[in-house]
Design a protein around this ligand. Structure first.
Ligand code: NAG
Ligand code: NAG
Ligand code: NAG
Ligand code: NAG
Ligand code: NAG
Ligand code: NAG
Ligand code: NAG
Length: 191
């Protein structure tokens, strides 16, 4: 009688243990499925197009210089099912590896699975002193096209299920050619 009771008890606790284990395994599997469905994807940023409304240049070989104002049309694509919020940052434009202009971008949000478009106006100033001696500055200007690169780094967070913030850092690095006659930035290639 006594032995039988304890056997019952043992069986009961073993059943309970199996139940808890099974629930735990099912819970883990559900969580795994949930995470794989909604895993945080990388937002993408690129330059759609760019134009210049003003270019002045002096290609005199003694002190070549050029000034321009360009408008860069940037798109930030958020493929996530959560909002991507980025902090203040800046976009810079370089010629021959030297920064000739930059402009701050205010932090903002990109809605769920949306693309945000912003236009950034950057003033470019280049005197002779800034340009490295290795660059063929006056020659490039005489050719009517300048090879430029544009760079920006967006740091922000994707809110994951409203329970945690996943930090995401995305970079924009694009090469393009400023055409002095058409005032258009051609051959835009982003990494
Ligand atoms: C560019 O702007 C600077 C300062 O505003 C000026 O000194 C320079 O002459 C300008 N260069 C050209 C080619 O317009
Ligand atoms: C270009 O710069 C040179 C030297 O600074 C100057 O003598 C010349 O007048 C300038 N040309 C133009 C078109 O501004
Ligand atoms: C971002 O820039 C805006 C406008 O320039 C400024 O008011 C704000 O304080 C900045 N935020 C941070 C976190 O620096
Ligand atoms: C940015 O500029 C492009 C081209 O000029 C235009 O199509 C677009 O509507 C502009 N977007 C914003 C948000 O101003
Ligand atoms: C400078 O650029 C011009 C025009 O693109 C070209 O004709 C010339 O050969 C270049 N000079 C050097 C030293 O690269
Ligand atoms: C600048 O653009 C015009 C019009 O698109 C084109 O005819 C010209 O060849 C371009 N210039 C250079 C140096 O590529
Ligand atoms: C500009 O970039 C192109 C490649 O996109 C390259 O072939 C060319 O040599 C570059 N020109 C100058 C002057 O650096």
């Amino acid at each position: 009688m006594y032995d039988n009771k304890s056997l019952h008890k043992e069986r009961g606790s073993a059943k309970c243990f199996v139940c808890i284990l099974a629930s735990f395994v099912i819970l883990c599997a559900l969580l795994l499925v949930l995470v794989s469905i909604t895993r945080v994807r990388e937002p993408r940023v690129k330059i759609r197009s760019a134009t210049s409304n003003q270019i002045t240049h002096n290609a005199s070989s003694s002190s070549p210089s050029f000034n321009a104002t360009i408008i860069i049309f940037i798109s930030i694509d958020n493929p996530n099912f959560d909002v991507f919020a980025y902090e203040n940052c800046s976009v810079s434009v370089l010629y021959a590896g030297v920064k000739i202009g930059d402009r701050p971008i205010n932090g903002d949000k990109v809605s769920i699975r949306k693309t945000k478009e912003i236009n950034v106006t950057v003033d470019l100033r280049s005197g002779g002193d800034q340009v490295p001696v290795t660059a063929n500055f006056s020659g490039d200007m005489n050719s009517g096209r300048l090879n430029l690169t544009s760079y920006a780094k967006f740091t922000g967070t994707v809110r994951f299920f409203k329970i945690m913030n996943v930090k995401k850092s995305i970079q924009m690095a694009c090469a393009m050619k400023l055409n002095f006659t058409s005032h258009v930035l051609q051959n835009i290639q982003c990494q």
